[in-house]
Design a protein around this ligand. Structure first.
Ligand code: MG
Length: 268
């Protein structure tokens, strides 16, 4: 009986995995062209996606790792990838694998864009103050488009200023905040704006954000930059820009920051 079952399962497995077997040719050339591409349906000549080794997810106790093709912006040891102002060294404190806000905003020395995937982790300090005064920071793409970082755990404030809000524009879909002191994750997919020669917007910036794995911004179109108490607007800038982290006067902690520039499909 066991033998019959073994043969039966082996046969099912052969059928189930038939599509995964390497075959020559890999695909088809006698099928229709996929509209908008130069490739046939199931075209085996189409470029293979680049192989990337995923990172390990973080836990509260353990810092995760970046995917193999990411640029690590903070590895828990030093803030050398960051500057303060135009060319000063960043002054944020580094200890126990995290950096803590100290002495002003910091910007990445390198610039990234136009489209990126950004991962960051933060922990807010013990609750004191209210609203925007509690556990406030911010992640600015291109140094000007703020994804709000705030202690939004049982801390009401104006919705377009909560954690993962596009500041002053779009509240998060839900509030997925954890308690002060707990490590939280942002995964941001940001499409930088494109500008025409004359400075008008050819394509606005678009942000998708997951907060602790929960979708909070779903392909949200930005109206412009993200100033306080006024409507943002676009000012033409380059295709790459720095990531800025805000010192809003609270001792916020950050760890495991990495970024991937996104390339169009088939461009590997
Ligand atoms: Mg802020």
């Amino acid at each position: 009986m066991n033998r019959i079952l073994t043969i039966l399962f082996a046969s099912i497995a052969t059928v189930a995995f038939a599509d995964d077997k390497p075959a020559k040719p890999l695909g088809y050339q006698d099928t229709p062209i996929i509209p908008g591409t130069k490739w046939h349906v199931h075209d085996g000549e189409r470029p293979q996606p680049k192989v990337v080794t995923p990172g390990e997810p973080s836990t509260q106790a353990k810092v995760g790792t970046a995917p193999s093709d990411a640029v690590v912006l903070f590895d828990g040891k030093d803030v050398s990838k960051w500057r303060k102002g135009k060319d000063q060294d960043a002054t944020w404190k580094v200890e126990n694998g995290y950096m803590e806000v100290r002495g002003g905003d910091i910007m990445t020395r390198d610039e990234f864009g136009p489209d990126v995937q950004l991962h960051l982790e933060f922990a807010t300090p013990p609750a004191s103050g209210n609203g925007q005064g509690r556990g406030n920071s911010g992640c600015f793409l291109f140094g000007r488009y703020e994804i709000q970082i705030l202690d939004s755990y049982q801390n009401p404030t104006y919705p377009d200023g909560q954690a993962t809000a596009i500041y002053g524009q779009t509240p998060p879909l839900v509030n997925a905040s954890l308690k002060p002191g707990e490590w939280q994750t942002y995964d941001i997919i940001f499409e930088g704006p494109r500008f025409n020669e004359d400075g008008t917007v050819a394509k606005p910036a678009i942000a998708t954000v997951l907060h602790n794995g929960v979708l909070t911004q779903n392909h949200t179109v930005l109206l412009g930059d993200t100033p306080h108490r006024t409507v943002g607007k676009y000012n033409k800038h380059g295709e790459k820009g720095s990531i800025k982290l805000q010192d809003h006067g609270n001792p916020m902690r950050f760890r495991n920051l990495w970024i991937r520039e996104l390339k169009p499909v088939d461009s590997q």
